[in-house]
Write a protein that binds this ligand. Structure first.
Ligand SMILES: N[C@@H](CCC(=O)N[C@@H](CS)C(=O)NCC(=O)O)C(=O)O
Length: 206
């Protein structure tokens, strides 16, 4: 059976878990990372030298990097659904997946990290405010993209929704001032109607 290493409150682990739940692919999850440790054992480092989660093992095939994992699982189990068959549609999905990792997360991480993972007396107020403003600005790009579509690409859930879907729950859950982004809000509510999204992603932040 597919094995997924990673604590279930990790955004990157949630990408893989949500993907599996949508496809009804059975998996075994092994707690690792954060307070669970494991990631610094030699056994784990042999699988993933970065010492990060998630890592998967599928019939002897080992893979790390969450977005690569989502692409692999979607291609294997959900061609034509989560994995768009059309080259250009798939490229658009890929683009927003990469955007989550390379643009959104670096902008948002200081705000998230300070508010969720840092004791109040150690928070960096300036980094938080810069992060809040930058995140609000760049989410405007996604909001504009969503003006004419219900999902990241087209009108059905694809792998393109998964990374930002996991990320947006964190943004809407933080006790901060946010701009009104109606298209983004509509998309988030569409995801919120999915049992798999509620089960895996819509958890209290920790
Ligand atoms: N680019 C990697 C990043 C993985 C990553 O940073 N994972 C975090 C959790 S979200 C981690 O392992 N942190 C250390 C830990 O949990 O012990 C991916 O997308 O898989």
């Amino acid at each position: 059976m597919l094995r997924i290493w990673g604590r279930d409150n990790s955004i990157n682990v949630q990408k893989a878990l949500w993907c599996c739940e949508e496809m009804e692919v059975p998996y075994e999850r092994v707690d690792a990372g954060g307070s669970f440790g494991v990631v610094n054992t030699q056994q784990y480092r042999n699988l993933n030298p970065n010492g990060l989660v998630p890592t998967i093992e599928d019939d002897g095939f080992v893979l790390w990097e969450s977005n690569a994992i989502v692409r692999y699982l979607a291609a294997k189990h959900s061609a034509g659904k989560l994995w768009p068959e059309d080259l250009k549609v798939r490229a658009e999905a890929d683009r927003w997946m990469d955007w989550q990792a390379t643009t959104f997360w670096p902008a948002f991480r200081p705000l998230f990290w300070n508010l969720v993972r840092t004791p109040p007396d150690q928070r960096d107020a300036q980094a938080m405010e810069e992060s809040r403003l930058k995140t609000a600005e760049i989410l405007g790009y996604l909001d504009a993209h969503l003006r004419n579509r219900s999902h990241i690409v087209g009108d059905a859930l694809t792998m393109g929704d998964i990374p930002m879907g996991c990320a947006i729950w964190r943004w809407v859950s933080l006790p901060v001032e946010r701009p009104e982004l109606a298209n983004l809000q509509r998309w988030f509510e569409t995801l919120g109607a999915r049992p798999a999204y509620r089960k895996i992603v819509m958890q209290p932040l920790s």
